[in-house]
Design a binder for this molecule. Structure first.
Ligand code: ADP
Ligand code: NI
Length: 208
């Protein structure tokens, strides 16, 4: 198991190094740490499936598709994963994306763990850093108060492609706390959520 994970990490490293700081290898390593914490409280989960899904979960992210041609399934083949293992990893990865609050249903505990672990890295102090890194990499505005008022709390209008970074908090990041599914994920999300609220209040005071 260790060898397969090490080989996989080596393969994805080259790819994530091309992504901006919001989705780089450090993101993957932080998500892995979050997943390890959640795994401790979910003894029925398959650790190998979780670890491989964490390593591969952002490979086919449409936002970065122009940067490489590798596919997740091919990579699983290359590290010697069986058909079964590969199918389980793919299914876990499929449940990760937020998609305006309309994520695919979670069909396994492994999918739930990877999704919660990824979402934890989108909130709190690190979530704040990542949102501005992502916006910066795409030349977005820091905030846009009019846009924010229009989009606030309406996930159905989710259009992450055009928004100012602070708008992203209102259309996605502030909603994540209530979308966590594992007990440990729910617990860990609380403190991070409260810190984001504190940050946004402080920011409002300074810019208004
Ligand atoms: P998912 O994998 O759930 O679809 P994304 O890859 O869209 O999630 O988002 C992951 C992280 O990328 C967000 O938590 C945020 O930090 C950053 N991000 C994505 N879209 C935006 C945006 N429009 N503005 C600022 N940050 C963004
Ligand atoms: Ni991710």
């Amino acid at each position: 198991m260790k060898e397969m994970i090490a080989k996989c990490r080596q393969m994805v490293e080259i790819i994530y190094n091309k992504y901006d700081a919001s989705h780089d290898l450090d993101h993957i390593d932080r998500v892995m740490k979050n997943a390890e914490k959640i795994l401790l409280t979910e003894p029925t989960a398959d650790e190998l499936v979780v670890r491989l899904a964490v390593l591969l979960h952002d490979i086919e992210d449409a936002k970065y598709e122009s940067l490489h041609e590798a596919t997740t399934v091919e990579m699983l083949k290359q590290i010697g994963a069986s058909e079964d293992l590969s199918a389980n990893v793919m299914s876990a990865i499929e449940s990760v994306s937020f998609n305006g609050g309309h994520s695919k249903e979670i069909t396994s505990i492994e999918g739930a763990i990877v999704r919660d672990a990824d979402r934890l890295d989108a909130i709190g102090a690190i979530g704040i850093a990542r949102a501005f890194a992502f916006g910066g990499a795409r030349g977005r505005k820091l905030y846009d108060l009019e846009e924010e008022a229009r989009r606030s709390m309406s996930a159905s209008e989710y259009r992450s492609k055009e928004t100012a970074s602070v708008t992203h908090f209102h259309e996605k990041l502030l909603l994540l706390k209530d979308l966590m599914v594992t007990e440990e994920g729910i617990r860990l999300a609380k403190e991070r959520h409260d810190f984001m609220v504190l940050f946004l209040n402080e920011l409002k005071k300074e810019i208004e």
